[in-house]
Write a protein that binds this ligand. Sequence first.
Ligand code: NAP
Ligand code: ZN
Length: 368
Amino acid sequence: MFNFLMPTKIITGEFSVLNNSKDLIYGTKAMIVTGKTSGAKSGALSDVIKVLEENNIPYLVYDKIGNNPTIEETLEGGKQAKNFGADFLIGIGGGSPLDATKAIAVYAVNETGTDFDMYDIFDLKFKNKPLPMVAIPTTAGTGSETTPYSILTLHKEKNKRSFASPDVFYKVAFLDGRYTLNLPLQIARNTAVDAMCHLLEGFTNKRSSPASDYIALEGLRIFGKHLETIINGDFDTEKCTELLWAATLGGIVISQTGTTIVHSMGYPLTYYKDIPHGMANGLLLGEYLERTATVLPEKVKNALIMLGFDKLIDFKEYLLKILPCDIKFTKEEFEDWTATTIQAKNVPICPFEVTREDEIEIFNKCLI
Ligand code: NAP
Ligand code: ZN
């Protein structure tokens, strides 16, 4: 028995924004939410503006979203959307702007005050339905365009925290490889590894289903086809659109299954050490699979076959090659971080038993 939900319409291919204006326009006044440079550098922002102007849709560009967006940035975005009178949002960027757009969609129509505190978003205590949103990813990684999750940085808790609601699924996602073609190589690699993590964690965790497994294997097959390209940076638009599709499949998978300790243990690496999200996960992935193979040997074997590896050690070497990291860690940091990470919601859905001591050992094995 399993359920499957994926309400986002997906439009793939070159020039898909320019050729599908009706799917981009979800109201009468738009706020475009993007990163400081990704909207412009990817070329997506100019395509969107062209379509909005041709259709006489007034718009405001909010390009203040930083990496690992803070709750404060999204609250400010919500105020701007409300003041402008936006009735739909267009998120353009990597996972950071795409996640931020979801929180902005909530704050735009749910003012904070006595009966709704900004932190209440995590308990879904908002009364009004978030604004409708359209997604244009400019990294092939997070799959945020097809997840009900928004992950925000909370300085108050010195961590990242997520909220999940079917109300923040995007209405439409446009996947055009032109927008990821010029990604700096290391960002392309980090984000590709993030997507592989989603596919592998979803495939192996306790909430996986026949439907999510089927999709996960297809996503892994596509990554397997492009392993060399991810090493040497030999991208073209067609390969980029395929990789975007594989990353979107990763989003569809974790929408059904959630992630695992790879993600929750990755958050402190990002918060305290500024390690990009995908790289943080990738540093922990090999040991996660090693432990998973003790309880699900067939699944790990099948996943590796789809990716094109005979043995786990070969995949681990591949990850080391594409994720260079010379940051130093201390055992005290692992003690501190695991006090929080062991409480994460995805610990119980791991395929193997996880204690705080296990997490400390995993950090030690992967990072020292
Ligand atoms: P990101 O933080 O969105 O972007 C990383 C960097 O790439 C930024 O400096 C950005 O520039 C730049 N960039 C993006 N697209 C570009 C392009 N086409 N050309 C040149 N530069 C570009 O990275 P991400 O890995 O995609 O997203 C990570 C975030 O997603 C994290 O906060 C993570 O927690 C979250 N996440 C969410 C989910 C989910 O289900 N919702 C799943 C996994 C991860 P600018 O900042 O200057 O624009
Ligand atoms: Zn991720």
